[in-house]
Write a protein that binds this ligand. Structure first.
Ligand SMILES: [Zn+2]
Length: 335
């Protein structure tokens, strides 16, 4: 299997290499792991090989491979979350392109090349109802269909789907691998060392962190929260949140990694890259752990309509009244 140019994931790639050598490749697979590490890219390569007519498959040069890369291959279907961060179920009448019902209908049609490849890039972004609707397709796919579902973790995937799929876990990238990806992405990347340090092994997140505008807003938000907590005060969130630039889920992921990376480096005595404002560091490690727990709870409990500001305020508020915050407590609450 040609995985040239893809960094990391040696174990997953070795497993896929082995599976590709079987007479019949698995028809439903579930790729799990941190977002932004290259799972979709690996899935694309694996499935491209079904169509490729070149020598080292996928050759990335034949007509089929080129069509897959341009996303115009007639039998290669990818569905991914919309701007709200979800893959809609769609209705039987409308079957909006990219929805679950659209996919099911699409798979009932004849193929052009004799095989169909499907990537569901975010099965954990499909509601339970939508996943249930997909069950039959996943249980009994047509013999010529191969489906790869991608999820950050299994907790939001129905057990019936997990049990019918071969799971391939993906691990976060190393800092060196993230830096390599940033380097390959080119000149617009600013402060790559800072971005890689805070990205938690995700090249996708590192790319966002390398964006100056986003990073400034994020640093302001994290700096304001840390400074207030260091002073035993209730944080006042800045008016201009970075949530306007990325989805709430992504923002929470990044904040969890920012505080996690800082805490880990302080405990391990590692060097923190230059360019990180000192205001973001939490003096009290226990309090930093509680803050990370709050952000994780927010992420797990988030609905698709979560108002980040209100939810974070509520949870920070509960940090005080829930008895987790030690010390004299805040003098005033300006929320
Ligand atoms: Zn090819």
């Amino acid at each position: 299997m040609n995985f040239a140019g893809i960094h990391g994931h040696a174990a997953a790639r070795a497993r896929l290499d082995k599976l590709a050598g079987h007479e019949r490749i698995p028809q439903t697979m579930l790729f799990t792991g941190t977002s932004g590490t290259g799972k979709r890219l690996v899935a694309e390569r694996f499935l491209s090989a079904l169509f490729c007519t070149g020598a080292a498959r996928p050759c990335l040069a034949c007509e089929h491979c080129r069509q897959v890369i341009k996303e115009i291959h007639p039998d290669f279907i990818t569905i991914r979350p919309n701007e709200k961060g979800t893959i809609p179920i769609g209705s039987d009448e409308k079957r909006e392109p990219g929805s679950v019902r659209w996919l099911i209908e699409r798979l009932s049609r004849k193929t052009v090349s004799g095989a169909t490849a499907v990537i569901i890039d975010g099965i954990d972004r499909v509601t339970d109802e939508g996943q249930n609707a997909l069950l039959k397709t996943i249980e009994e796919p047509s013999l010529s269909t191969c489906i790869i579902m991608i999820a950050e973790g299994k907790s939001r995937v129905l057990p019936t789907i997990v049990s019918r799929s071969i799971e391939i876990p993906f691990t976060p990238l190393s800092t060196e691998e993230v830096l390599l990806v940033l380097h390959e992405r080119g000149e617009s990347v600013s402060e790559p060392a800072v971005a890689a340090f805070l990205a938690g092994g995700s090249a996708g997140r590192a790319m966002m962190l390398a964006d100056t505008q986003f990073r400034e807003k994020l640093f302001r938000l994290c700096g304001d929260i840390s400074t207030a907590l260091n002073m035993n005060e209730m944080p006042i969130l800045p008016a201009d949140l970075p949530g306007k630039l990325v989805s709430t889920s992504t923002l929470l992921d990044i904040m969890i990694n920012v505080y996690g990376s800082l805490l880990h480096a302080e405990i391990a005595g590692e060097v923190i890259p230059q360019g990180l404002p000192d205001s973001m560091r939490m003096k009290d490690h226990d309090r930093a752990r509680v803050l990370i727990k709050i952000l994780l709870a927010l992420k797990q409990g988030q609905s698709h309509n979560l108002n980040f500001r209100i939810a974070l305020k509520g949870l920070l508020y509960s940090l005080y009244f829930g008895g987790e915050m030690r010390g004299p407590g805040p003098l005033s609450f300006n929320i």
